[in-house]
Structure formats: C-alpha cells, structure tokens
Design a protein around this ligand. Structure first.
Ligand code: HEM
Length: 450
C-alpha cells in the first residue's frame, strides 16, 4: 500500500464518478434493475459507449437537482466478456473475481438461500452488466429506462436477461414495516453529509478507488489507473422477506400488541417509524423517527449493556458505533458502508398474519471500496456471528441465517429476556458483486481493441 502524507490535499473528481455512487437517492422513488449478458464483445463495447453517452449527458453527480439517473455496473464475467486484458482482470479484488455465488458458504447463503436455489440468472456466469434506473416517479422512470433501452436495442450481441422493479415508499418503510436507509456515513470531501452528526466523515478511499482510506494509504486499485480510479464496488442482493412468518413469530412471543412492537424494535434497534431505541427506549416516537436532524444523532456509550438497544439488534450489529471503539479493539470506521436498499413486491397489508405466497423483500445494495473488510466482514462477523458481542451462538435476529434453533437475548432488569427458536426471516434469492466504473473508465472499456 502506498502511503500518503496527511497534509496532501485530496480533491475528489466528482464529475467522473457515476451519480448513483455517492449521491443519495430521491425519496420516494421508483426504479428498475436490469441485468444483461454480452454475447459479443464488440456489441458489449458499443453498449457501454451508448450508456456512457446517457450518463455523460446527465451532468456532474454533484448536481442534486437532477432527478433521474442510471447507474452502470459490471461483474468480473462482464469485464471478461468485454475483452479486458487478463493482467487487468487479475488486479481486481479477489472476492470480486470469485463472485458472490462462490462466496455463498462464507456469507451464510446456505440451505434455501444457497446458489442452487437462486433465481436465474443470479450467481451464474451469464450476468455481465447490471443497470439501475431510478426516478422520483413512474413517468420520469419510463423516460430514463427508454433512454437506457435505446442504448441496447439493435445490439444482437447483448441480451436483457433479468429485470426487477423496485420502489421506496414515501414513508421509507420496507416490508417488515421499518423505515430504512437512515444510517449513512458522511464521505470526506464529497460535500454529501452523513446522517449521524457524531460520526466524523469517513475517508474517501473507503468508498472511491484511488484515494487515501482510513488506513492512511492508497488501497489496492484495479489497473490500469484509468480503469480503477473513481470506480468502486457494489454488492446487490435480492432478499426475500418472510413477513408473515415474522409477524406470526412476534405474535407468538409477545404478551400484548405493545409488546409485539417492542420486540420488533429490539430486533432492529429502531421502532418502525425509525426512532432509535437509544433515544426513545420505551415507546415509538414518530416525530423523532421522521426528523432527519435527530433520528441518527446518537451513539451507544451510555447503553453499553444494551438495556435500551440490545447489542444483538440488527442496526447495532451492523454499525456498533462507539460501543466497540470504546474498547479500543475494533475500528468501526473500517467497516462502514453506503447502503442503497430498496423494496420489491407489494407490501403485505398491515395486520395480515397469513402468508399470501407473494414474493416481496429488499434489494440490498452496498457501495464501498472494500468488499472484504466492509460488506463481507459485517455480514460474516457481525450479522452471522455473535462472538463480538459476547454471545457466540447468537446471530442477527432479523438478517442472520437463523434456522429455527436460534436465540435473541434482550438485556432487561431484573432478568434478561430470551426469544427462542428464531426461524429464518430472510431468504437470499441471489446477488452479484459488481464494479462501478468511472465515466472515463466506461469510455476506456468502450474503446478497447483487444
Ligand atoms: C432483508 C435484510 C435486511 C433488512 C430488512 C434490513 C433492515 C434494516 C433496518 C430497518 C435498519 C435501520 C434503519 C437505518 O439505520 O438505516 C437497518 C440498518 C442497517 N443495516 Fe440492514 N437490513 C437488512 C440487511 C442488511 C445487511 C445484509 C447488511 C450488511 C451486510 C445491513 C447493514 C445495515 C447497516 C450498516 C445499517 C445502518 C446501521 C447504523 O448506521 O446504525 N443490513 N437495516
């Protein structure tokens, strides 16, 4: 790793970074994910040339007034299909080269969630290009999708192989009923604020390749520089949520409807409105949940034993804030991530406890420069394992690979409460590790002559 002197000024080339990377999504929005296969590298390059034109026409990513956009990402197989030289392919992160399906056992994607059961073509070598198109409303989405469609029409060597519509409700709530997308880091130098005023902005190199990161140096970057710089990695996972099973479980364990809401909140670390347990431990506070100035303004130092928010709650596991930093052993800043999660499928109407058989859930999206120490670390060490909170046998009660024998402990006086027999509430339908090239890199890929 090269070292960079602390005094060196780092200026972010925001105009070269695809807007979906750092830029918060509009709220609410509708969107579409499209996967394509490149059967002919010349056609693939032409596709990228046209997509580059669509992205470049949109203007710099700093322009928050723009409201509909497309993000273009490539899998390792996609880079290969485009004819990227082997030396360059070898310079990408090993996890990216392997692909998410090959990492399944490690990630806890086993049983029903294993790649053998994934929705085709997720996890297969057919997935080459991933496009995300987003807009505040359906009309503008249709126009942006149309522009992207024109980019791949009449290209016989490029095939659309999968499409998934998604959306964010005006409440920001996803299928289990909780407002999501609140916790986001501030990225140094981007001008885009984070949501927790207590968290110092995280170094650019944690999210964009080519800049110093939290370790104080330049992290490994794919070569040549024109390909790697200003790019980043994304993870996308289609996660089916078993909402009826979740509601039935809470109903069976709770003493009352109020208790149901409390148990649900203890599992997440927030009430459904988004109000954090740390700031409102006993009851939901919708005003707090809706207030972006206050709903993430907290840490855990005065709740280290988890009487307000259990150490095992999903959001506290995924970002333990000062609860771990306090002990000096783990630098939480090395495991931060930008999330762009979204809902798919219709919501199960409030109060319904029977499964209607409809597929619904979340398309989880991670953005970061370090697949292994950000996404994979958080998933394997903090979500799938409880060693770090002193409860080795306990997984994340909501997002962990529970199998019907798992337990969730809620610290409480005089005696703690234990929820037993946690079933899996989430089934992985598939996913991919992708690379999001910069605009310059897209052009470089489009002009390859191998
Ligand atoms: C279907 C699966 C999942 C659901 C339903 C879910 C839901 C939620 C909810 C409701 C929140 C609280 C809102 C917020 O703080 O923004 C949250 C926070 C978070 N989740 Fe998830 N999540 C899921 C999977 C994951 C996975 C797989 C990861 C990472 C590997 C993850 C990482 C995070 C992070 C980093 C936060 C923010 C914590 C904070 O900053 O306090 N989530 N999630």
């Amino acid at each position: 790793m090269d070292t960079v002197s602390a005094s060196e000024t780092v200026s972010l080339e925001l105009e070269d970074i695809q807007s979906g990377v750092l830029h918060p999504r509009p709220s609410p929005y509708v969107g579409t994910y499209v996967l394509l296969r490149i059967d002919d590298r010349v056609a693939g390059r032409e596709l990228l040339r046209r997509l580059h034109r669509v992205l470049a026409a949109r203007g710099p990513s700093s322009d928050v007034a723009r409201d509909a956009w497309v993000t273009v990402a490539l899998t390792y197989q996609g880079l290969k299909a485009l004819g990227v030289p082997q030396e360059s392919l070898d310079s990408f992160a090993p996890e990216f080269q392997e692909g998410m399906a090959a990492r399944a056992a490690e990630l806890g994607d086993v049983g029903e969630s294993s790649p053998a059961h994934w929705e085709w073509p997720l996890g297969t070598p057919d997935v080459h290009v991933a496009l995300a198109a987003l807009s505040p409303d359906a009309a503008r989405l249709a126009s942006v999708v149309e522009r992207a469609r024109r980019a791949h029409e009449e290209l016989p060597g490029v095939e659309v192989i999968w499409r998934q519509d998604c959306y964010q409700l005006p409440t920001g709530r996803t299928s289990f009923g909780f407002k999501d997308g609140i916790g986001q880091p501030a990225v140094e130098g981007s001008g885009i604020p984070g949501s927790n005023p207590r968290e110092r902005p995280i170094k650019l190199g944690e999210f964009i390749l080519g800049y110093p990161d939290e370790m104080g140096g330049l992290p490994p970057m794919p070569t040549p520089e024109v390909l790697g710089r200003n790019g980043t990695y994304i993870v996308f996972r289609k996660l089916h949520t078993r909402v009826a099973a979740y509601r039935q479980y809470l109903r069976a364990k709770a003493a009352s409807r109020e208790d149901e809401a409390l148990l649900g909140a203890k599992m997440v670390g927030r009430w459904q409105s988004g109000a954090p347990l740390t700031l409102s431990p006993d009851h939901d506070d919708p005003q707090l949940g809706a207030d972006s100035e206050r709903n993430n303004d907290f840490d855990y130092h005065d709740d280290l034993r988890g009487f307000k928010c259990p150490a095992g709650a999903h959001a506290r596991r995924a970002n333990p804030r000062d609860a771990l930093d306090g002990e000096g052993s783990v630098n939480v800043r090395l495991h931060r991530m930008i999330r762009r999660g979204t809902s798919y499928g219709p919501m199960l109407p409030d109060g319904v406890l029977e499964d209607d058989g409809v597929d619904r859930g979340i398309v989880f999206v991670f953005v970061g420069a370090h697949l292994k120490r950000q996404f994979e670390f958080v998933k394997t060490q903090w979500i799938n394992d409880g060693i770090f909170i002193g409860a080795p046998a306990e997984k994340d009660p909501l997002a962990g690979p529970n199998d019907g024998t798992d337990t969730f402990t809620i610290p409480q006086r005089p005696i703690r409460r234990r929820l037993q027999g946690l079933p899996p509430f989430i089934v992985t339908r598939g996913g991919e590790y992708c690379f999001v090239p910069s605009l310059r890199a897209l052009r470089w890929l489009a002009e390859l002559e191998t």
